[in-house]
Design a protein. Structure first.
Lengths: 263, 621
């Protein structure tokens, strides 16, 4: 397709004796949408934590745009252009909705104490830009996060809207890759269909490359270019949705082995 | 803030409960608690110590006040029930009065019992305040039998009075409480009122004060009567006006509201500039002390309130400011300093102070900042002590004067116009005011900047803040540095004001007091921090600074403790809360209110629906 953005080589991490991830290989090209699926405890979220720098791998390497991400702090990874959302929505609940997306632009802005104290022109201009960009990413979700909502605390949002705000917050960091951790969890079919469409737009309109963990197979089927299946920390299958969904290993990981075969 | 939205149930149809329909366990629990508290207060020797201070000559001293208010308050509180919207509640009746009386009676019995014990046993050994004076006070200077007998009716009457207040209409209650409050306030704050009257002598204030107060202290009887009348009158007639003014203010919107706020702030600033000219020495001294703590508390507020770093060693920066300014400006400097080092002007020294404080913030902050929560608090506590011990040590003694400290620090020359030093509290106050204004401005601007948002995010969830691209180490260090600089200002002013700095001016208690000021005032709120300083430092007094209630200086820490516990239970967000913290601490109530207002959104909404969200609730104005 096009430029290779992220390459992961032989990535492993152990927690004590537990291999959360074992010799994982992964890549993503610019403009792709790749889904990571797998049963609970397969290591999907650990995989995200490792890319975003929150967990340090035991061995292996993560190359992003030709540079290794190993040893970088989470904020440096975000600054390099990888943003993420969290499976258990973790918003700044007592900050307003607008502040949530404003604070996410921290690593893209630079005004410090002096600008704030003397209200310099660059400071005011930057504040204006931060606000405008914030409203722009919120506007991506229609009217539900803008208007009078801008100044309300994130805590009043419904579950689905919190998920949307998390995505908006990741978008606000101006990333290259967005890691979405179960973006439609807790949404009803109609909402998840709408969000699936928006995930498509994230690529087509905003130019983001997307890695997504998702359990909802209809969402995976509708937007993914490729699907990676993890189980017990290892890649057990890899390919298009059709290839993966018919793969006997995947079916086994999800459903267990048919009775007659194991007998 | 909970559910004030639904209209209160009207009083008319509600039945009162029968008198004997009591929750006896609760009544006895409160009674015993009251007895315990009364005995405790008596044994702290507060009544005896404060007996010398007359409130109303010749009948009522502050010592008795320290005991008398308790039964009344307990009698009132025992039947306080939360009124829940939509839930049936009973009208107040004889039941409440009976409960109050019983609680008061049991409490009184506690003191009777103490009187009996005082007369028959000598427990002076473990309890230092087990004294004949206490016995004398408790038996009203008569024989013991009288003392034992009299506390029962006293408790009963006061408790009943507390219970009766439930039955009064709101207006009556307000009028009565205003009458009480004005008498007590004028009696308790006698020193400052006398001090004020000097400044306003040209208004005939001295004549008024002579009428109100007895020569050796305490209100005169007719003075008390006049004050009670004035208090109740102002309650009866002033309230509607105040209420309407408040409503009118709240009805303002947008620019007119901003303008009203600006006018209010300007008026306040003008008052702060003009008023000290008319105030006497005591009040100005008090205000200067309050100002020093406002500076400290605003600095700590940035560290704790905004960035959420619990710094228990904040006094270190206060000490660094004080010592740096002291050493640079003093005439007799420690012998280890080279001779060629000149004696600096205070303003020049301040530049060095700021640089050193910022560096200290960086050096102390750098190792500390990577820790979180409890660990961080303990380590900062250690650093706070280390700095003090360094100043005290023999190793640096040649530079810092060790236990002798730095003395002979001159005042601050302001453009050759005036010298600011301790003997002129008014000038000190103006100097402090100037720096407080800077601190308020800095806090206000930083809170609404990129850095302020980063601090808030870190306070909410540090891991997520980091994952969202915030360099948490840098942001937290900046908070540390800004806090350190503000504290060092306070230290530098203290050095010039007192003329000397000693290691024991910077004990750990100072850190704790500043933290208490921030917590009680309202963490994360500039106005709250200032109110906290005024209430705690101005009224009760700081670690070494006397407050308005000098009589209570021995019990300062006790009162701090009680206040802190009470605040944590009843109003954890502080006296003047920060909106965000209130939300955080009362999230359930907040969400409930938001739901009642129709602000909580629902999941099932069409994609391009606008604000209505399918809720019929009223949108906020």
């Amino acid at each position: 397709m096009s430029r290779r953005l992220l390459t992961i080589n032989k990535l492993s991490v152990t927690f004590g004796g537990l291999h959360a991830l074992k010799d994982l290989d992964f890549y993503i090209d610019e403009g792709e949408i790749v889904s990571v699926i797998g049963p609970n405890g397969a290591g999907k979220t650990t995989f995200f934590n490792m890319i975003s720098g929150m967990v340090t791998p035991t061995s292996g390497d993560i190359i992003f745009k030709g540079e290794s991400l190993l040893g970088l702090d989470p904020n440096q990874v975000t600054a390099a252009g990888i943003a993420r959302t969290f499976q258990n929505v973790r918003l700044f609940a007592n900050m307003t909705i607008l502040e949530n997306v404003m604070v996410a632009q921290h690593c893209r802005t630079k005004q410090g104490i002096w600008g704030a104290l003397f209200q310099t022109r660059p400071f005011k201009r930057e504040e204006q830009e931060i606000r405008e960009h914030g409203e722009k990413v919120l506007g991506f979700f229609g009217t539900r996060l803008v208007g009078y909502r801008l100044d309300q605390p994130a805590a009043v949002l419904s579950y689905a809207n919190r998920r949307r705000l998390e995505i908006a917050r990741a978008m606000a960091t101006k990333p290259t890759i967005i890691l979405l951790d179960e973006p439609v969890a807790g949404m009803n079919p109609k909402e998840s269909a709408a969000l699936t469409r928006l995930i498509g737009e994230l690529r087509s309109d905003w130019g983001f490359t997307i890695v997504m963990i998702e359990h909802d197979m209809s969402v995976v089927r509708d937007v993914s270019d490729r699907v990676v299946v993890l189980d017990h920390g290892e890649t057990i299958a890899h390919g298009t949705y059709e290839e993966v969904s018919t793969n006997p290993d995947v079916i086994e990981a999800y459903l267990g082995r048919p009775a007659e075969e194991s007998a | 803030m909970s559910a004030a939205f639904i209209e209160e149930p009207s009083d008319e149809e509600l039945p009162a409960r029968r008198m004997l329909d009591q929750d006896w366990r609760k009544v006895f629990k409160y009674g015993l608690l009251l007895a315990l508290v009364l005995v405790f207060v008596a044994l702290t020797n507060m009544p005896v110590n404060l007996d010398r201070r007359m409130l109303i000559e010749p009948i009522f001293s502050m010592g008795y006040l320290s005991l008398f208010w308790l039964p009344a308050v307990f009698g009132l509180v025992v039947c306080r029930e939360p009124v829940l919207a939509g839930m049936p509640s009973y009208a107040k009746g004889s039941r409440e009065v009976l409960a109050g009386s019983l609680v008061g009676l049991i409490g009184g019995a506690g003191l009777s019992f103490l009187t009996l014990l005082l007369d028959n046993f000598n427990l002076r050994e473990p309890l230092v305040n087990w004294s004949p004076q206490l016995l004398e006070l408790l038996s009203f200077q008569r024989d013991t039998a009288f003392g034992i007998a009299i506390w029962l009716p006293i408790g009963l009457v006061l408790g009943t009075f507390g219970g009766l207040t439930h039955l009064l209409s709101a207006t009556t209650r307000r009028v009565l409480s205003w009458a009480f409050v004005s008498v007590i306030a004028f009696a308790v704050f006698e020193t400052v009122i006398l001090d004020l009257s000097e400044g306003f002598a040209w208004l005939g204030a001295e004549w008024l004060v002579d009428e109100l107060y007895f020569i050796r202290g305490g209100l005169t009887m007719h003075g008390a009567a006049v004050l009670a009348a004035a208090g109740s009158l102002s309650a009866a007639f002033g309230r509607d006006r105040a209420h309407r003014a408040k409503e009118r203010f709240q009805a303002l919107e947008g620019t007119s509201r901003t303008r009203a706020n600006t006018i209010g702030l300007l008026a306040l600033a003008a008052a702060l500039v003009i008023l000290p000219l008319f105030l006497g020495g005591i009040t100005n001294e008090l205000l200067a002390n309050v100002g020093l703590f406002v500076l400290l508390a605003l600095g700590l507020n940035i560290v704790v309130g905004l960035a959420g770093i619990l710094d228990l060693g904040y006094v270190a920066f206060f000490a660094i400011g004080g010592y740096t300014a002291g050493i640079l400006t003093t005439a007799n400097r420690g012998e280890s300093w080279p001779d060629w080092m000149p004696q600096f002007y205070w303003g020049t020294a301040l530049v060095v102070v700021v640089i050193l404080a910022a560096l200290a913030g960086l050096f102390i902050g750098a190792p500390v900042i990577r820790m979180r929560g409890d660990y961080l608090a303990i380590v900062t506590l250690g650093f706070g002590e280390i700095i003090r011990l360094l100043f005290l040590s023999d190793w640096l003694g040649g530079y810092t004067g060790a236990a002798q400290g730095v003395t002979n620090i001159p005042g601050v020359q302001v453009f050759g116009l005036a010298t600011v030093k301790g003997t002129d509290p008014r000038a000190v106050f103006y100097l402090v005011l100037f720096f407080c204004a800077i601190a308020v401005y800095v806090s206000w601007r930083l809170e609404r900047s990129r850095l302020g948002r980063a601090w808030m995010a870190i306070r909410e969830d540090e891991s997520v803040a980091e994952a969202m691209g915030i360099n948490t180490v840098n942001a937290k260090l900046m908070a540390f540095v800004v806090g350190a600089v503000l504290a060092s200002f306070s230290g530098a002013i203290l050095a010039a004001k007192v003329g000397s700095v000693f290691p024991n001016s910077f004990i750990i208690l100072v850190s704790i007091v500043i933290l208490v000021v921030v917590i009680v005032g309202g963490m994360g709120n500039i106005a709250g921090v200032i109110v906290g300083s005024v209430v705690l430092i101005g009224i009760l007094g700081g670690p070494r600074q006397p407050g308005l209630l000098q009589e209570f200086s021995e019990y300062k820490l006790l009162i701090y403790g009680v206040l802190l516990i009470w605040m944590m239970l009843k109003r954890p967000e502080g006296l003047v809360p920060n909106v965000r913290r209130t939300r955080e601490l009362h999230q359930d109530e907040y969400l409930q209110d938001a739901w009642l207002r129709g602000e909580i959104d629902t999941d099932s909404e069409p994609e391009d629906d606008s604000h209505s969200n399918g809720n019929t609730g009223v949108l906020p104005a």
